[in-house]
Design a protein around this ligand. Structure first.
Ligand SMILES: Cc1cc2nc3c(=O)[nH]c(=O)nc-3n(C[C@H](O)[C@H](O)[C@H](O)COP(=O)(O)OP(=O)(O)OC[C@H]3O[C@@H](n4cnc5c(N)ncnc54)[C@H](O)[C@@H]3O)c2cc1C
Length: 467
């Protein structure tokens, strides 16, 4: 059913129930500058009841609503680009931490709380909220849930979905789903919480969530390794989990190209390893007190060195050095943006297949243009790579606009052949809709359409996104 252009009557009713304003530029931009957004008004409600009133009005008038969190989404999910202009509903004023309970290891936050503020609130009670992304200073927990964000600690703690026990949300008819459960066991029919998580605002607006807190590791060890090739990384990861159990929280693959981009774009950093290796791993492990983590880690890394899996390694000696290591990893996406990517891919394949995937994809890219630069990095521990292709040094990405689509298709065909996913952690948004249609199971697509039309028969929720 087509949506309506907002009428003056609708806008005056909207203004009578909430402050509404012409959207400022920041609500219409997105981090990669690929889309220019549109919106008839931005509203910033302070309560779930107000969100409900706004959504009910939009549903009655068949006007679209785009939920807006921190605006850091990388697939255009928060940016309407076509069709009748929607209302942009920003969660920024719904930003209280309602409760922190270290005894139950639970924190209840409203959707607009910035991720870093949740991490800090957990830290204040000697707990860990392990979701960690480079955008954590701007993204909101509602956006994290809506995108089921991943980040660097998925290996040990899971995606955002795994960190959420309950959800409060406003459904497309304006009804309030009061699902702020604090239970670890609750097998009572269809799981609406899990349906809303990862739905990118197409099935409702998340207004609050109960989140799981973890014990804070007493000892944390962070290391930069030089490895001869990605296969060595996979083998080291396997040795760590076999010998230490689930203590590895991050296992990031980094290619030399990433560090060269830092140099090229003037981002200051200290070379972590004197040998300037082609492939590196940044790993982090954490454990309780008296676990002997450091000794065990040194022993495992020493054995890996003897086996030729590590060429060089440095363990962070203090928090400043640890931060310096993570600064390198977190600034790689910043440098990437400054260089200007031709085609970027947030993909996953089974961990054991990562080395073969990297080899075959590089062959494909170089066969198209041997001077293309590849920055392949990411969460090796999850089989999730950011496989990005850049113009030769001195050239501009615009010169290669004509081949972007075919490059991406070639990468996704390889991913599909490895049984992988064309969108490991960023979602579908508006950017990857065609890929969803191409690579998804037909029965899954039929079920998705049925769910969407059952919950949102007028199609008001984030129109044009996902499906
Ligand atoms: C530098 C950088 C690094 C990043 N690193 C990672 C990473 O490691 N892993 C990762 O997974 N992502 C990463 N991202 C992507 C992004 O930060 C995540 O997708 C994040 O979860 C988006 O949160 P947000 O609050 O900014 O949401 P927005 O960008 O505002 O919105 C994203 C989507 O969620 C919907 N939405 C927002 N809030 C709600 C709500 N309350 N209810 C319903 N729907 C809502 C929007 O409509 C949109 O579809 C990165 C982005 C940047 C810029």
């Amino acid at each position: 059913m087509p949506l309506n252009e907002p009428t003056p009557e609708f806008l005056s009713k909207l203004a009578s129930i909430t402050d509404s304003a012409t959207p400022a530029a920041r609500y219409l931009e997105e981090p990669r500058g690929r889309y220019e957004g549109q919106g008839v008004a931005v509203v910033r409600p302070r309560s779930v009841n107000k969100v409900s009133e706004i959504v009910r009005l939009c549903n009655t008038h068949k006007v679209g609503v785009v939920p807006y969190g921190g605006g850091t989404g990388l697939v255009g999910g928060q940016t309407s680009i076509a069709g009748p202009k929607p209302v942009i509903l920003s969660l920024e004023r719904l930003n209280s931490i309602r409760d922190v309970d270290p005894a139950d290891n639970i924190l209840t936050a409203e959707a607009g709380v910035i991720l870093a503020d949740i991490q800090n609130a957990a830290d204040d009670v000697q707990r860990l909220f392990p979701l960690s992304l480079a955008s954590e200073g701007s993204c909101q927990i509602g956006g994290n849930l809506a995108t089921n964000a991943g980040g660097v600690n998925v290996l040990r703690y899971g995606n955002t979905r795994d960190l959420c026990l309950g959800i409060e949300a406003v459904l497309p008819d304006g009804s309030i789903f009061g699902g702020l459960k604090r239970l670890r066991k609750d097998n009572t029919g269809y799981n609406l919480r899990n349906l809303l998580i990862g739905a990118e605002g197409t099935l409702g607006i998340i207004t609050a969530a109960t989140l799981r807190l973890m014990p804070k590791p007493v000892e944390v060890e962070t290391a930069f390794l030089a490895i001869p090739n990605p296969q060595a990384g996979v083998e080291i990861l396997s040795r760590l989990s076999t010998q230490l159990g689930e203590v590895t929280s991050a296992f990031e693959l980094i290619h030399r190209q990433g560090l060269e981009f830092l140099n090229e774009t003037g981002i200051e950093f200290t070379e972590p390893l004197p040998s300037n290796p082609e492939w590196m791993v940044l790993l982090e492990c954490g454990a309780g007190g008296d676990s002997g983590l450091k000794d065990n880690l040194e022993r495992i890394l020493g054995d890996a060195f003897d086996a030729g899996l590590i060429a060089d390694a440095v363990l962070a000696q203090n928090e400043a050095q640890r931060q310096a290591f993570w600064n390198i990893r977190e600034h790689i996406p910043v440098a990437n943006r400054r260089i200007g990517v031709i085609s970027s891919h947030d993909i996953s394949v089974p961990v054991s297949q990562v080395p073969d995937f990297i080899k075959r994809t590089a062959q494909m890219v170089k066969s198209i243009n041997p001077k293309f630069r590849i920055n392949c990095f990411g969460h090796l521990g999850d089989g999730n790579l950011h496989y990005n292709i850049y113009p030769p040094k001195g050239a501009k990405r615009a010169e290669f606009d004509g081949i972007r689509a075919s490059l991406a298709r070639n990468v996704y065909e390889l991913v599909d052949g490895f049984g992988g996913s064309f969108s490991a952690e960023h979602g579908i948004g508006r950017m990857k809709k065609a890929d969803l249609l191409k690579y998804s199971d037909p029965a899954k697509l039929t079920a998705m359409r049925a769910i969407k039309s059952a919950l949102d028969p007028n199609g008001i929720m984030n129109p044009g996104a996902v499906i």
